[in-house]
Design a protein around this ligand. Structure first.
Ligand code: HEM
Length: 522
């Protein structure tokens, strides 16, 4: 509530000190100005969960066709075909359909071994160093290698990819991003795309070159060179910087909550839920912008067509109306999923990949460094209009953590579930990555279960958030049910058989029939 002494809430997204801790201002925006207007920079903003969710799903009113970054929307520039994150239907639908075919959750999850190897490559040399930088030494490296491997970019060119992405997103502190036509022309990958066209392989780039789709005019065709260049830029831009920031926030937030970090080190089965909570609590992309295509009434005021609207994702994620005690960080939090990956037709295509990367990164960090203290004086918050996170996250690694880590990393990459001071072995939680082949396409979920005689309990997490499960065990057979409320109210009945580290079976999807189930222990 505004008090007599308090000035009306003011928010300037270009003020660096604001981004240090935007949450008190976001809280005031939600309470005092749920539709906020900033005259100086000419934009509107919504901050409550319900308004952000509505804005992201109402694409007829809130258009992506001029970009999803404030500066681009205001610059009103031509957007090249293939920049699908900045397109509306039907063009967006046609372009996205190509990517959903090649960018499947299964393909993302199949990358897990590679991701673990990249983590080991970065982290092993740091064991014993005493002070490490979780972003510069690790977070900036791994996501870039993963996207590059996915696209098939040769190792020697990968560093240049990250530099190009970084440069295109960077802003000068206190100023809007400098947008120029050249900065989103898909520049940078021409040589590589042309080379790959002549040297096909089994990577995503080759699939993009070969893919046929029906475009917005109903014509069946392949992607043009310009479209492919844009696709690759979107993937590199969306998939590198964001995940790097997630790793920085993991270091910061768990550094601020050592008791919760100790729980994670002792029980890695809690990690997937902790990643969801980290994504909610500190979303790497704190806002998404839209062009207002037609007059719309919000909280009793008319926002005119032609305006720029910011959807404050980071504020929505802490709205008490949706998340009880939303300002509180709790790795055990249950309830509705965050809105960090967006909603609706533009919802993040890489969310499965970001989740695997975040989960594996934290697991591998904790195996080597179960304790750390953030060197906040030397930590540097990065300044971009689109992404909020740390360029540097230096930490002092704790004494017993290093000793425990040294013992485990001897002789190569530590195994998942490796004993950490004896603690994780005692807990006995199993983590399974499950894929359901549903009529809507493959759905990936993570199940954590704890066996107790002929029964088990645990959680399942995925796009639907985190849900509790209770199940029965008969020999190597497991059965359980999962009740979902969204997107439709449905009860899923799982029947599975375990053989070593794999699981196969089927799932009854209420009135929607059956889906094949496969899974692997992680
Ligand atoms: C923690 C990491 C990530 C966060 C917070 C994040 C967030 C988001 C958000 C909020 C959107 C929606 C943008 C809008 O509505 O305008 C989005 C879209 C997208 N993301 Fe992510 N993302 C992450 C990681 C990734 C990764 C690893 C990839 C893989 C390449 C990726 C690829 C994409 C793509 C291709 C889109 C555009 C989808 C469309 O327009 O249809 N993202 N992401």
């Amino acid at each position: 509530m505004t008090t007599l002494t308090e000035a009306p809430v003011y928010w300037d997204p270009y003020k660096p000190d604001f981004w240090m801790n935007p949450y008190p201002v976001f809280r005031r925006l939600r309470e005092e100005a749920p539709l906020y207007r900033n005259e100086e920079h000419a934009f509107y903003a919504v901050s409550r969960f319900s308004d952000v969710e509505r804005g992201l799903t109402d694409t007829a009113t809130f258009s992506s066709s001029r970009g999803d970054v404030l500066e681009y929307i205001k610059a009103n520039m031509d957007i090249p075909s293939g920049m699908f994150i900045w397109e509306d239907p039907p063009l967006h639908t046609a372009h996205r359909s190509v990517l959903t075919r090649v960018f499947t959750p299964r393909r993302m999850n199949d990358l897990e071994e590679k991701i673990r190897a990249y983590c080991a490559r970065c982290l092993d040399p740091l064991v014993g160093a005493g002070r490490i930088d979780l972003v510069a030494d690790f977070g900036a490296e791994m996501p870039m290698r993963v996207i590059s491997a996915l696209l098939g970019i040769p190792e020697q060119d990968q560093e240049a990819v990250r530099e190009r992405v970084d440069a295109s997103l960077r802003t000068e502190a206190g100023k809007p991003m400098d947008v120029s036509q050249a900065s989103y022309k898909g520049a940078g990958f021409e040589e590589y795309v042309d080379w790959r066209a002549k040297n096909p392989s089994d990577d995503l780039m080759t699939e993009l070159l070969r893919a046929e789709f029906v475009d917005e005019t109903g014509t069946k065709r392949r992607l043009t060179r310009e479209e492919i260049l844009c696709f690759v830029n979107v993937l590199a831009g969306a998939g590198i910087e964001t995940t790097t920031r997630l790793i920085g926030w993991t270091g910061k937030v768990l550094g601020d909550h050592p008791e919760q970090r100790a729980e994670l080190a002792a029980n890695p089965g809690l990690i997937p839920n902790a990643i969801e909570e980290l994504l909610r609590y500190e979303p790497p992309g704190p806002s998404v912008a839209r062009y207002v295509a037609r007059d719309v009434e919000i909280h009793g005021q008319t926002v005119p067509a032609g305006s720029a609207m910011l959807m404050l994702v980071a504020s929505a994620n802490r709205d008490d109306r949706r998340y009880p005690d939303g300002e509180h960080f709790d790795i055990h939090r249950k309830g509705p999923p965050h809105i960090t990956f967006g909603r609706g037709i533009h919802a993040c295509l890489g969310s499965a990949l970001a989740r695997v990367e975040g989960r594996v990164a934290l697991d591998e960090i904790l195996k080597r460094f179960p304790t750390w203290t953030v060197d906040l004086d030397k930590a540097k918050l990065s300044s971009t209009s689109t992404v909020r996170g740390w360029d540097n996250m230096p930490v002092f690694t704790g004494g017993n953590g290093q000793q425990g880590a040294k013992a485990k990393v001897t002789g190569g990459t530590p195994q998942a579930g490796a004993d950490l001071d004896g603690a994780s072995a005692a807990v006995g939680t199993e983590t399974w990555e499950l894929t359901l082949q549903t009529p809507m396409g493959p759905q990936v979920m993570t199940a954590q279960i704890l066996r107790e005689g002929d029964a088990f309990k645990g959680t399942m997490s995925g796009e639907m958030g985190v849900e509790h499960i209770d199940g029965k065990i008969s020999g190597n057979a497991l059965s359980w049910t999962l009740s979902l409320k969204k997107p439709v109210s449905i009860k899923l009945s799982f029947d599975a058989k375990v053989a070593g580290n794999t699981m196969t079976g089927n799932v009854k999807l209420g009135m929607f029939g059956k889906a094949a189930l496969s899974g692997k222990r992680i």
